[in-house]
Write a protein that binds this ligand. Structure first.
Ligand SMILES: Cc1cc2nc3c(=O)[nH]c(=O)nc-3n(C[C@H](O)[C@H](O)[C@H](O)COP(=O)(O)OP(=O)(O)OC[C@H]3O[C@@H](n4cnc5c(N)ncnc54)[C@H](O)[C@@H]3O)c2cc1C
Length: 344
């Protein structure tokens, strides 16, 4: 095989889907996916996996709804990801932009409707966007299955830690893995919350994300997010419920995370207000992890600084990339393959 060589660092859902899309699009490409020996410590391994089409930001809405449309249309992707269609509710203080709901209807026909206060589930004071064709997946299962397929179709999986990343003369890229310098025509860092350490000063930050899994009695909620309080949740696993609120803990070290008791208290206080029919019987376990955040949030291909080299990032999911990863990876692979301009 003698096609161009692409290196992707990081086998979370972002890097794995990107590497797979590249190899599927052009089997002559030599695609090398590099990850540490235990990729299960990334965000993908513990993600809540809520997938819906609606997002307030139009670009994120397009990516989320296109990803969900592809997932729903593919028996393979549904099985690989363990997709469960439960519907979803997005609660807001003000009405959703009608153009956004219309766009959602075009991408996922018959799925979405806007609700006025009194019509939206859970909190009478809220506006809402209710979706029928939404639910949750296991991002980890999807990643594992896609990774296995990537190797089946001829992709190279290398175990090791990427360091000393360099843009080389002649628009190539190199990095060190286990003392060996590996060279590529293009290199993509899909290293999630480890990206700020690899590219300091490039505008990437980490942020802690924490949720609890509780035993529950009463009516289990459909996956929801309340934009006003930040409370989000979904049913399962088993007869349980996953509930969380956003933290404000930025610049955390992804390898040294501890549960934040104040976030747990806030989660259960808000759950009692937002979901009065749900009885929370006890905390089963707490999940604490980190994701990579950017000022303009969303998973997409970005040129690494200095722009104009063949080094890119594919990260910045900012706590929500499981729902956009399928479409974002397709777009990123397209840009890399056709060398179309990558917006900063
Ligand atoms: C607790 C939690 C709950 C979430 N819930 C949802 C949700 O309900 N819905 C939703 O849409 N999104 C959710 N998200 C967000 C979503 O899961 C993440 O945005 C997404 O998983 C990020 O994937 P990633 O591949 O960018 O990063 P990661 O999954 O973190 O993968 C990064 C990979 O890079 C590897 N790596 C790091 N450094 C190196 C190196 N130097 N060399 C080689 N490899 C390296 C790591 O081993 C890891 O495998 C959640 C995130 C968290 C943390």
């Amino acid at each position: 095989m003698s096609g161009p060589r692409v290196g992707v660092a990081g086998a979370g859902i972002a890097g794995t889907l990107l590497a797979w899309r590249l190899k599927l699009a052009d089997r002559r490409l030599r695609v090398e996916l590099v990850d540490t020996a235990s990729p299960e410590h990334g965000a993908t391994g513990v993600s809540g996996g809520l997938v819906r089409g609606y997002e307030p930001d139009p670009r994120q809405l397009d990516l989320a709804a296109s990803s969900l449309a592809e997932l729903r249309a593919s028996r393979l992707l549904r099985a690989w990801s363990g997709y469960q269609e439960t519907g979803s509710v997005y609660l807001r203080a003000d009405p959703a932009d009608p153009a956004a709901v219309e766009r959602l209807q075009r991408l996922l026909p018959g799925s979405a409707r806007a609700c006025a206060p009194g019509e939206a589930p859970y909190l009478a004071a809220r506006h809402g966007v209710v979706e029928r064709h939404a639910g949750f997946i296991s991002p980890r299962r999807l990643r594992d299955e896609v990774l296995a397929d990537f190797v089946r179709i001829g992709g190279d999986l290398v175990h090791g830690t990427v360091g000393a990343v360099r843009a080389e003369p002649g628009a190539t890229v190199s990095w060190l893995v286990g003392g060996e310098r590996r060279r590529y025509d293009s290199g993509v860092l899909a290293t999630g919350p480890w990206t700020p350490a690899l590219l300091p000063g490039d505008g990437y930050r980490t942020k802690l994300i924490q949720y609890g899994v509780y035993d529950a009695t009463g009516t289990l909620p459909a996956p929801f997010v309340d934009e006003v309080t930040g409370l989000y949740g979904r049913p399962g696993p088993g007869n349980g419920v996953l509930l969380g609120v956003p933290s404000d803990a930025y610049d955390v070290d992804p390898t040294r995370l501890r549960p934040v008791p104040a976030l747990l208290r806030r989660t259960s206080d808000l759950a009692a207000r937002v979901l009065p029919e749900l009885g929370i019987a006890g905390l089963r376990h707490i999940v604490v992890a980190a994701d990579c955040y950017t000022a303009s949030p969303g998973l997409r291909l970005r040129p690494a600084v200095p722009a104009g080299t063949s080094l890119f990032t594919f990260t910045g999911g900012s706590g929500g990339a499981a729902k956009t990863a399928l479409a974002a990876a397709r777009q990123a692979a397209d840009r890399l393959l056709h060398r179309s301009a990558v917006p900063v």
